[in-house]
Design a protein around this ligand. Structure first.
Ligand code: NAI
Length: 301
C-alpha cells in the first residue's frame, strides 16, 4: 500500500512547542503537511508563556524543508484561537487536520484540591479542545473534509489518584467526540482520540529513567498521524505507548429485564450478578443503540 502523505494539506497542532505535540507536528510536516505550530509556552501548571517554543519547532520544520507558522495563543482564548485559524486560512486557504493536544496538570488528591485548580484544568483540556474544534468546524464542513484528533488519557478512561480534575476533563473530551463524530460524518469529518503514554515533562519523575527511555513521544506519533490521515476511522480511542497500540472502548453488559410491575430496589440487588455479567456485552456507536436494547428486552420480556 502507498505511504500515508499529507501533501497539500494543512494541519494545526496545539501544544506543539514540546513533548508529544512537537513530535506530531514534525511527523506531519515530514509527510508533506503545512503546519500551524501552536503553543502558549507556559510552565506545566499553566502559568507564564511566550511563543518561543512554537517558533523553535517552526524553525526545525523549515530547516528540513517544510512549511510551518507559529502561534503563541492559549487554546482557551477566543481571540487567540480565532487568530490561529485566521493565520492558517490567510497563509494556506484551508485546514484539513486539527490535533488538539495542549494540556496542563494541577494534581492533588480531591480533598486537597481547590475548585480553581479543577476549573482551570477542565478549561484548558476540555474547552481548549472544544474551542479550536469549533473554530475549524465550519471550514471543514464547507470543504467536506476534516480530520480531528483529540487527546485523552488513561486517567480519564480508568482513573488515577490525584487527577480528578484532569480525569474529568479527559473523559469529557471523549463525550464531546462521541457526539461530533456523528454530526461530522456526512461532511467526511472524522474525529478520533489518542490516549498516550510518553516520557515528557508531564511524566518526568513519575517513572524510573529506564522505563522513561522506552516511552519516547515519537513512539506515540505514528498512531496520531494515522488517525489524522485520509484512511482514519472515526470515533476510535487509540491507546499508545512504548510502541504498543490498542483500542479502548466503553462496553455495556446485556443486562436483565425486570418487568414493569413490582420493580423494587431488592430486585435490582438480587439481579446484580446478571446485570454485571459480561457475556454478550457490547460497545455502542450512539446512545440510541442503548435505548433500542431496552425496548428489545421489553418486547422479549
Ligand atoms: P507537555 O507539557 O510536554 O506538552 C503540553 C504542551 O501544551 C506544552 O508545550 C504547553 O506549553 C502546551 N500548553 C499548555 N497549555 C496551553 C494552552 N492553554 N494553550 C496552548 N498550549 C498550551 O506534555 P505532553 O505529555 O506532551 O502532553 C501532551 C498531551 O498529551 C496533553 O493533552 C496531555 O494531557 C496528554 N497526555 C500525556 C501523557 C503522557 O504520558 N505524557 C499521558 C496522557 C495524556
Amino acid at each position: 500500500m502507498a505511504d500515508i502523505r499529507f501533501d497539500g494539506k494543512v494541519a494545526i497542532v496545539t501544544g506543539a512547542g514540546g513533548g508529544l505535540g512537537k513530535q506530531h507536528a514534525l511527523e506531519l510536516a515530514r509527510r508533506g503537511a503545512k503546519v500551524v505550530v501552536n503553543d502558549l509556552g507556559g510552565s506545566m501548571d499553566g502559568t507564564g508563556g511566550n511563543s518561543a517554543a512554537a517558533e523553535a519547532v517552526v524553525a526545525e520544520i523549515k530547516a528540513m524543508g517544510g512549511e510551518a507558522i507559529a502561534n503563541g495563543s492559549s487554546v482557551t482564548d477566543d481571540a487567540g484561537v480565532a487568530l490561529m485559524v485566521k493565520q492558517a486560512m490567510d497563509t494556506w486557504g484551508r485546514i484539513d487536520v486539527l490535533i488538539a493536544n495542549a494540556g496542563i496538570l494541577r494534581d492533588k488528591s480531591f480533598s486537597k484540591m481547590e475548585i480553581a485548580d479543577f476549573e482551570l484544568v477542565m478549561n484548558v483540556h476540555l474547552m481548549g479542545t472544544v474551542k479550536p474544534t469549533k473554530a475549524v468546524w465550519e471550514i471543514m464542513r464547507a470543504q467536506n473534509y476534516g480530520r480531528i484528533v483529540v487527546t485523552t488519557s488513561s486517567s480519564g478512561l480508568y482513573g488515577n489518584f490525584g487527577q480528578s480534575n484532569y480525569g474529568a476533563a479527559k473523559l469529557g473530551i471523549i463525550g464531546f467526540m462521541n457526539t461530533i463524530k456523528l454530526e461530522g460524518q456526512k461532511n467526511n469529518i472524522h474525529i478520533n482520540a489518542i490516549s498516550p503514554v510518553a516520557a515528557t515533562r508531564m511524566t518526568e519523575g513519575l517513572m524510573p529513567p529506564a522505563m522513561l527511555e522506552k516511552l519516547k513521544p515519537e513512539y506515540v506519533t505514528p498512531g496520531v498521524v494515522y488517525l489524522a490521515s485520509d484512511e482514519a476511522p472515526t470515533g476510535a480511542i487509540l491507546t499508545a505507548g512504548a510502541g504498543a497500540f490498542a483500542l479502548s472502548r466503553i462496553y455495556e453488559t446485556e443486562g436483565v429485564y425486570l418487568g414493569e410491575g413490582g420493580l423494587s430496589v431488592e430486585e435490582v440487588r438480587d439481579n446484580w450478578a446478571k446485570i454485571s455479567d459480561p457475556t454478550g456485552q457490547q460497545a455502542y456507536v450512539n446512545g440510541g443503540e442503548q435505548g433500542g436494547k431496552f425496548f428489545r428486552k421489553l418486547g422479549a420480556g
